[in-house]
Design a protein. Structure first.
Length: 368
């Protein structure tokens, strides 16, 4: 069986279950994982075939015996790190492009283009998670024929559709899920919620996630005197997030371009919310309009617009009759285009293209 060697420069984080799934559920190829560290027993996402690359004495022999046809790095930074190995042993390098990796925004494009000079030339295939990031790669000079969009899939069984309704009394729970970093737009969301809370004192905002902006957000919550209404829940596992999505009434993710130029692709949290059937308010940021249409499968606003976010939340609270139609259409989009099982098959097809390219290359060498 042909082998794909996945390279990860660090352990897969709590919120990166989607990367783990894209490794362990591949069937048509043997998947092995390489990293510059030892896998420990308490690892949340363990791999059956994991190897510390620094402890492999003869990499050429290892790659040959394992029948490795390609190395797959799931982030641009991981790809840059493993690139010298791929070049030295003439192994095709596949690179998944997520968020910042594919940003061609003015604040970051020069830095990205310098970082990717060798990668653009040697990389065999680049797999952005949305068309927006694919366009960014093209603007940075990546060969168009090497770019293949692969939308990240959702586990439909883990995020089953549940009919959501607005409670006649008690808490109106608004939920947001995302790392506490600038591009998730939590500051704008908290300001928007402040307006909603003035109109609906029984509204509560639950924010799931950890990150560098935690103290800053806590200070803002205190400043607005929302300590009893906005709850920072910390990081949760995917099954726990699924349960929270079932219990909440409205989901909001205020994604925006960060001051550094960092962007989203299509946030997995939005796909999960669409899958589980909760009404969504989000922004027209990056690849989000590729998955959601305004007033059809969700409520879209411009980035960093506090009033627009508040209007979206207000719309759902005042119009519960639209929830059923919007959420059912949103679920249908996920089932059609973002089903994890379908995306795995497409990933296997892309691996097959690499296998064909390598076979053609060897045939050409023999003819020469």
């Amino acid at each position: 069986m042909k082998t794909i060697a996945v390279y990860i420069k660090e352990k897969i984080k709590n919120h990166q279950r989607f990367i783990y799934n894209q490794i362990v559920h591949i069937k048509r190829f043997r998947m092995i994982v390489l990293g510059p560290f030892d896998q420990t027993k308490d690892t949340q996402y363990p791999f059956k075939n994991f190897y510390n690359i620094n402890k492999i004495n003869d990499l050429q022999k290892f790659f040959h015996e394992m029948n490795v046809i390609a190395i797959h790095a799931h982030h641009g930074a991981h790809a840059v790190e493993i690139l010298p190995v791929a070049e030295k042993y003439k192994i095709p390098l596949i690179v998944s492009i997520r968020g910042r990796d594919g940003s061609a925004e003015p604040e970051i494009i020069e830095q990205s283009m310098k970082r990717y000079v060798s990668l653009k030339e040697y990389g065999a295939m680049f797999i952005p998670v949305c068309e927006y990031l694919a366009d960014g790669l093209k603007r940075m000079g990546f060969p168009e024929e090497k770019i293949h969009v692969l939308y990240g899939g959702i586990e439909l069984d883990l995020f089953p559709f549940v009919e959501h309704t607005l409670p006649k009394k008690g808490e109106i729970r608004i939920l947001s899920v995302g790392r506490l970093v600038e591009k998730k737009g939590h500051e704008a969301l908290i300001h928007a919620f402040n307006l909603i809370h003035f109109l609906y004192p029984n509204a509560r905002l639950h924010i799931i996630g950890e990150g560098q902006n935690k103290q800053k957000l806590a200070a803002l919550i205190d400043q607005l005197m929302l300590n009893d209404a906005v709850i920072l829940r910390g990081a949760l596992t995917s099954p726990q997030i699924a349960e929270e999505l079932k219990k909440a009434h409205i989901f909001c993710l205020a994604s925006q371009k960060a001051s550094s130029g960092d962007v989203e692709g299509i946030p997995n949290a939005i796909k999960e919310a669409m899958s589980i059937g909760i009404p969504i308010v989000t922004t027209e940021h990056a690849g989000i309009p590729e998955i959601m249409k305004h007033m059809e499968t969700g409520y879209l606003t411009t980035e960093k617009d506090v009033l627009a976010l508040a209007r979206g939340l207000f719309y759902y609270i005042e119009n519960p009759g639209v929830w059923k139609s919007i959420t059912r259409k949103a679920r249908a989009v996920i089932e059609e285009k973002f089903d994890f099982k379908k995306q795995i098959k497409e990933q296997e097809r892309l691996y097959s293209l690499i296998q064909s390219m390598k076979t053609d290359s060897r045939s050409s060498e023999r003819l020469e």
